[in-house]
Design a protein around this ligand. Structure first.
Ligand code: ADP
Length: 587
């Protein structure tokens, strides 16, 4: 039911009730008043008639009836004479025959009352006249007719009914006016109210659709205005909270998405609430997983066991998962903990990819093993020759001493290279960058290795492009790197071969290369030659002699060049020979 209909019906009911109450009251009052007046008039007329009769000389019934007719004609009321025994002896509206048939009136209340109290009245429906009647009776004393006891006057109350009908007609008119007033009230009062309510409803609908744009309409100062303002305040508060929640959620999602650790949240029913990008990547989960049961998604039995333990409130041990994640060689560690969730107890799984840590650990172990091995070989040799020297002749002893000396120098080089690598690893070697002449660098390096080159009757060509004449770098470190490369080129290429040191500009890089005519490096090993202690062929000696190298040279070169922000790589040239290329940033 619309607001307007309600107001209309209320106004209408109020009008109807008021009109009804007024009608009842007025009817009651009018009826009372009219009836009292009629009764009074009839009583007066009855007394008059009694007085007249007491002086009249009427004796027979016929005379009495004629007298009643005469009085009735004057008084307009019906006049009835009743004898002391209740018999009707005259009536202004009945013929003598009819009077004979009239029943005895001795028990009629007005007659009984008149005889006892001197006057009596009654109101009742007359079946003879089929109308409500007023009866008033007074006693009468007539010397001529001692039988006559009471004179009664009666009048139909049609006048009263007529008056009441008029009252009702006015009431109907009043009700009509009430309906009109209700309509007018509805239009003048309800229409603006309904309009205001509709505008508040429209606003609420806007809020429902998430439009919280702030405007300040004039709501008015009454209760409706207060309700509307409260609604606005609620909506703005709600909007602010939703925005804050959204911010929190976005922040949390950004954190989760940015984490390298995988995070999985399981609710108290064992259903996945969240799996961040890292978790999806590590466990190779595709598609939407939220709401799914965890054993369907987390297929690793160790992790599934952890989750069920956490859901039962225990703090499970962490588990290591191998072959899960990026590739078959990767290792994850999963830690699971119970967490309080709104509906009970959930679980959070955090997955750490420890593949790199494991690899670093393996490299460290290999390194220690390699160092031990590299040191043990010369040490064993030294011990063997020293022991042999006890029984050797002077000629052998000198040879043995030479060998011992060579192994000692090898150990010295190894320790020297290890210390250098350790310093480089620890970032303890500062870079002293200055513009250096490439030609001077090449010449200094060649001079450093000149003895070896001369022994092996090799030739060195230096080609420096004009635009690559100067390089920005630490001259000592660049010289160390280039010397290492030139030494390797000499050591690993045949006698009499040619080695080329070259400098050129390639886009924004200055490229220095050392090229030889040796056997080159197998393609599979091109990347690995820069690893510590990595040698292409462990048994291969440099041109049949003791290798003398530590296997750390290229690792140091790589470090030194990377310190400059550059890179170094190995390749092969045709038909054969190795090429080591250093690319340095121009500035
Ligand atoms: P080493 O002290 O053994 O020379 P490096 O780190 O300098 O150690 O070199 C690592 C390995 O790379 C060498 O053992 C060798 O097998 C290979 N290598 C380096 N330079 C050359 C080259 N110019 N020609 C062929 N192989 C080379």
């Amino acid at each position: 039911m619309t607001f307007r209909t309600k107001i209309f019906l209320t106004a209408l009911s109020a009008a109807a009730l008021a009109v009804l109450a007024a009608t009842l009251l007025v009817s009651w009052s009018v009826r009372n008043h009219l009836e009292a007046r009629i009764e009074h008039e009839l009583a007066t007329e009855a007394r008059l008639a009694a007085e007249v009769l007491s002086h009249r000389d009427v004796a027979t019934d016929a005379q009495l009836d004629a007298e009643a007719d005469a009085l009735g004609a004057i008084l307009t009321a019906r006049v009835t004479f009743i004898a002391a025994d209740g018999r009707v002896v005259g009536d202004s509206q009945l013929t003598p025959e009819q009077i004979q048939a009239v029943e005895n009136h001795g028990t009629r209340p007005e007659i009984v009352q008149a005889l006892r109290q001197g006057a009596g009245s009654a109101r009742r429906h007359s079946t003879t006249l089929s109308a409500d009647m007023m009866y008033v009776a007074v006693p009468v004393r007539s010397a001529a007719s001692p039988d006559l006891a009471v004179v009664r006057l009666s009048l139909p109350l049609t006048e009263v009914d007529r008056q009441l009908a008029r009252v009702r007609a006015f009431a109907a008119l009043g009700f009509g006016a009430g309906v009109l007033a209700a309509v007018v009230l509805t239009w003048t009062l309800a229409a603006p109210l309904a309009r205001r309510l509709r505008s508040i409803e429209a606003r609420a609908a806007r809020y429902q659709h998430g439009d919280f744009a702030r405007t300040t309409p004039d709501y008015g100062e009454d209760e409706i205005g207060a309700v509307a303002r409260t609604l606005d305040a609620l909506a703005y508060e709600f909007d602010a909270r939703v925005a804050a929640l959204g911010d929190d959620r976005a922040r949390m999602q950004a954190i989760l998405a940015g984490m390298i650790e995988g995070v999985i949240v399981v609710n108290e029913h064992g259903r996945l609430q969240l799996a961040n990008a890292a978790a999806r990547r590590l466990l190779r989960i595709d598609g939407a997983v939220e709401g799914r049961h965890y054993p369907e998604i987390v297929r690793h039995p160790g992790v599934a066991r952890q989750i069920s333990a956490a859901l039962a409130g225990r703090a499970p041990e962490s588990v290591e998962l191998t072959g899960v994640g990026r590739d078959a060689a990767s290792t994850l560690i999963a830690r699971t903990a119970p967490v309080a969730s709104p509906g009970g107890r959930g679980a959070v799984v955090v997955l750490h990819d420890i593949t790199d840590l494991k690899r670093a650990d393996q490299i460290r172990r290999d390194f220690v093993a390699n160092v031990s091995h590299e040191l043990r070989t010369p040490l064993t040799a030294i011990r063997g020759y020293v022991e042999a020297m006890a029984d050797a002749g002077p000629e052998d002893a000198r040879r043995f001493l030479e060998i011992v000396g060579r192994h000692t120098r090898r150990m010295e080089r190894l320790v020297h290279d290890l210390l250098r690598l350790a310093r480089l690893d620890a970032g303890q070697e500062a870079l002293d960058r200055v513009p250096c002449s490439v030609e001077s660098l090449f010449m200094a390096v060649e001079a450093d290795v000149s003895n070896l080159i001369a022994t092996r009757r090799q030739t060195v060509a230096r080609i420096v492009a004009p635009e690559a004449a100067t390089v920005s770098g630490d001259p000592v470190k660049l010289q160390d790197a280039l010397r290492n490369l030139l030494e390797n080129a000499t050591n690993y290429s045949p006698e009499g071969s040619r080695i080329t040191m070259q400098a050129e500009r390639r886009r924004d890089r200055l490229v220095l290369s050392v090229e030889d005519e040796g056997p080159g490096i197998p393609d599979a090993d091109l990347e690995r030659v820069f690893e510590r202690f990595y040698r292409v062929d462990k048994s291969r000696t440099r041109d049949g002699r003791d290798p003398g190298g530590t296997g750390l040279g290229l690792a140091i070169v790589k470090h030194l060049i990377e310190l400059h922000g550059g890179s170094v790589r190995a390749s092969n040239r045709t038909p054969h020979g190795a090429v080591f290329t250093i690319a340095l940033p121009l500035e």
